[in-house]
Design a protein around this ligand. Structure first.
Ligand code: FCB
Length: 454
């Protein structure tokens, strides 16, 4: 074998991980469930946003998505076939509480009950994420996460879910990528609820941090041996050039975005540089910042995909561009492939925050897969992407970072938010006309890795 082939070899890769390492799969409710108006589910802000003309690249909604609501049995079967030790899924708040607060929709909660039982029966550990961006529309009508009452709404919702599932689920996540929800949804307007107002985005950020603490306390009181975390997306932020300007811009962005959540979660309050930048840009106008509570995290979830290059347009705050460097290897998302950056992010998180554990809660890649005449999907680029990132995680472990799990985004091709169904991230191909599922070569590669690791 050449060294490049050796790097992709799942058996060789497996030897670099300790026994007991969690090999997981990830997905989220709105992206796969479908059954949007079934069994009493109330509308979420993504149901609303997906219907705004021009908001979604292919004009599609998650009404049907992967029809996972009806096909979860088959999907759990696929997870078992891959041999995944865990599955990270999110609960649709508006399926459980159609109005966001108040009466529980028992039938909606039953779905997650059945899913958890099916996972356990298949030997796949359930890992519940309470919030993957699909806020009940009724709560958005009351200000959404910009309303400080959202902290109580979220705590009550967490209590309802934990009361039902907490006897069988010990792994919990409060929020997925609070920065994406706050910033892309409320400042950039490209995600639901589609607002473009920085002060609102920073209120949302603050209430999510507070809601994390509230829900965390609820989970601790209701779930014996709970393992509580949050998934933060930290990509590698780097200056586009060695100029002072670019370096300042990159430092500002990383502080105003990543550290804006990480610093509070680790008990340090808001970061100074980020505060200065947001203040100078007028983002905090009228926002009352309160000392944010620490996160009490059993593990930090890390979602990692790419390297982001920051180039300053001027010396002004928030006047920069972020993206992949020209000429670099990129996925169909135009995201720069940079496995060594995953190792560096893990090392940096360990050095700066020293979380008890780090679980890679998402990593994966979109490529335009084709089903060949023989029915196979030879997604070699995805295999390469995954293998190199798993290798980078192994390097971090060897350097002493307590990484205890890795989850591929995603088990299934699914609804990629504002890009609709145009980006496929799955280890399993989904034909959205027929709902037929086919394991891709990458799914088989992951199966061999897990088999060799256990
Ligand atoms: C992450 C999201 C996930 C998916 C991947 C590609 O930001 O958490 O839902 O869209 O990106």
């Amino acid at each position: 074998m050449t060294s490049a082939e050796l790097d992709l070899d799942p058996v060789a890769l497996a030897t670099r991980f300790p026994k007991g390492f969690a090999w997981g799969l990830a997905a989220s409710a709105y992206q796969i469930e479908g059954a949007a108006a079934e069994d009493g589910r109330g509308p979420s802000i993504w149901d609303t946003f997906a219907r705004v003309p021009g908001a979604i690249a292919d004009g599609q909604t998650g009404d049907v998505a992967c029809d996972h609501y009806h096909r979860f049995g088959e999907d759990v079967g696929l997870m078992a076939r891959i041999g995944a030790t865990g599955y990270r899924f999110s609960v649709s708040w508006s399926r459980v509480l159609p109005l966001g607060t108040g009466a529980v929709n028992g039938v909606g909660l039953d779905f997650y009950d059945r899913l958890v039982d099916a996972l356990l029966a298949a030997g796949v550990k359930p890992h519940v994420n309470l919030f993957h961006w699909d806020l009940p529309q009724t709560l958005q009508d009351r200000g959404g996460f910009a309303n400080p009452e959202s902290v109580d709404w979220f705590g009550t919702y967490a209590e309802r879910v934990a009361t039902r599932l907490g006897d069988r689920v010990s792994d919990w996540m409060t929020f997925n990528e609070p920065a994406v929800f706050a910033f892309l949804g409320h400042a950039d307007g490209v995600h639901a609820p589609g607002l473009r107002d920085w002060p609102t985005a920073l209120r949302v950020a603050q209430n999510q941090i507070r809601a994390h603490a509230a829900a965390g306390a609820v989970l601790r009181s209701l779930v014996r041996d709970a393992r509580i975390g949050i998934a933060i997306d930290v990509n590698r932020v780097a200056p586009a050039s060695d100029t002072d300007r670019d370096r300042r811009a990159a430092a500002q962005w990383s502080s105003a975005r990543d550290a804006w959540f990480l610093d509070p979660l680790f008990g340090r309050g808001y970061p100074r540089l980020g505060l200065e930048a947001h203040r100078a840009a007028g983002h905090l106008a009228g926002v009352e910042l309160i000392d944010p509570p620490a996160g009490d995290l059993d593990y930090l979830g890390l979602n990692f995909y790419r390297r982001d290059s920051v180039s300053a347009r001027s010396d002004g705050p928030f006047d920069f561009e972020i993206g992949a460097r020209a000429g670099t290897e990129q996925t169909q998302m135009d995201w720069e492939v940079a496995p060594e950056a995953l190792r560096d992010v893990l090392l940096a998180l360990h050095a700066v925050y020293a979380p008890r554990d780090i679980v890679i809660t998402e990593n994966g890649a979109a490529y335009p897969d084709t089903v060949e005449p023989d029915g196979r999907i030879r997604d070699d680029r995805r295999v390469r992407y995954l293998a190199r990132h798993v290798g980078a995680a192994a390097e971090a472990i060897a350097a002493g970072v307590p990484v205890t799990g890795y989850h591929v985004w995603s088990i299934l091709d699914n609804y990629e938010w504002s890009l609709g169904y145009s980006r496929r991230f799955g280890l399993v191909h989904v034909d959205f006309q027929t709902q037929r599922r086919t394991l891709k070569d990458s799914g088989d590669w992951y199966r061999r890795l897990i088999a060799a690791a256990s």
